[in-house]
Design a protein around this ligand. Structure first.
Ligand SMILES: [Fe+2]
Ligand SMILES: [Fe+2]
Length: 290
């Protein structure tokens, strides 16, 4: 990957995260849903982020999602342990002027904040590993299909997704079925039966789903960027009771995902290694297929 590409990726990601923090004030991620109707604070972004969102909203089609599921579902991209993948993602970070911390630092900031606050062990581990699907960058994918908000495809796009007008040129909006409220889905069919825009969330979920992990962990991995539902309260017509139950954990998780970046950066990650090696081994085999 060239330094220029890496720098663009990091800039886009950084701006996206800043945007989310502005859009969702701290209380927005509370376990309560009473703030769903609060006005959106920030809908303005700079040109670069707009270009990223435009490309994302135009190209995330039902067909694209099927193509990516086919491509990544084979799990033939790597055979590697969790810790090694955390280190591998350092290769994404090449730009010197970049204000972002490396992926692994974000993971450790979250996990350490959770650990200090006495969160369950499985959640601490989820904090550490939830973004490992960003390995897609190293496989040559562009930001529009790696990061950003995720949303269902195969039914009408919600206007609670940031910048809904950018969906205008998405071919699915002209499709007779996909452009209806329910699209190909039954009411309250459950999110496990819904196709989502493809990014690091879905990819890492596919990596993890057969490994016997706690269902809450899998749920967070898959849905941690589904803001239009989690934080805006939309798409309730697709949810089951089980989804609502699981979402409580995603909301706890999001408080750390969006607000643990101020955490002290661990000086020496190797000092943390023994604890996290043990934690990883509790849930994952030594190596897994990516
Ligand atoms: Fe993520
Ligand atoms: Fe994250």
């Amino acid at each position: 990957m060239s330094a220029q590409v890496a720098s663009n990726i990091q800039d886009t990601e950084h701006q996206w995260e800043e945007f989310l923090k502005k859009k969702y004030g701290p209380y927005k991620t509370s376990t309560e849903t009473k703030h769903f109707q609060e006005p959106i604070i920030a809908e303005l972004a700079d040109a670069k982020m707009e270009a990223f969102l435009l490309e994302n909203h135009e190209k995330q089609t039902f067909e694209h999602v099927q193509t990516m599921k086919e491509k990544y579902g084979k799990l033939d991209k790597a055979y590697m342990g969790i810790w090694d993948m955390l280190l591998e993602l350092d290769k994404i970070q090449l730009s010197k002027k970049d204000p972002q911390v490396p992926q692994k630092v974000h993971g450790f900031q979250m996990a350490e904040a959770m650990r200090r606050e006495g969160q369950p062990r499985w959640l601490i581990l989820t904090g550490l590993i939830h973004d490992l699907g960003k390995y897609m960058y190293l496989l040559g994918e562009k930001p529009w299909t790696v990061v950003g908000e995720t949303f269902p495809v195969g039914c009408k796009f919600s206007n609670r997704v940031a910048y809904p007008r950018f969906f205008e040129n998405n071919p699915d909006t002209k499709n007779k079925v996909y452009s209806t409220k329910l699209g190909i889905y039954e009411p309250h069919c459950g999110l496990s039966n819904v196709n989502f825009s493809f990014g690091h969330d879905e990819y890492f979920y596919m990596v993890c789903k057969e490994l016997g992990l706690p269902q809450e962990m899998l749920y967070i991995i898959r849905f941690h960027s589904f803001y239009s539902c989690l934080l805006e309260g939309d798409y309730t017509f697709l949810l089951t009771e089980h989804d609502i139950e699981m979402m409580k954990w995603v909301k706890v998780f999001l408080q750390y995902d969006l607000y643990s970046r101020g955490e002290k950066i661990p000086v020496d990650i190797n000092e943390l290694k023994p604890y996290y090696d043990g934690l990883i081994a509790e849930y994952f085999p030594e190596k897994i297929r990516w």
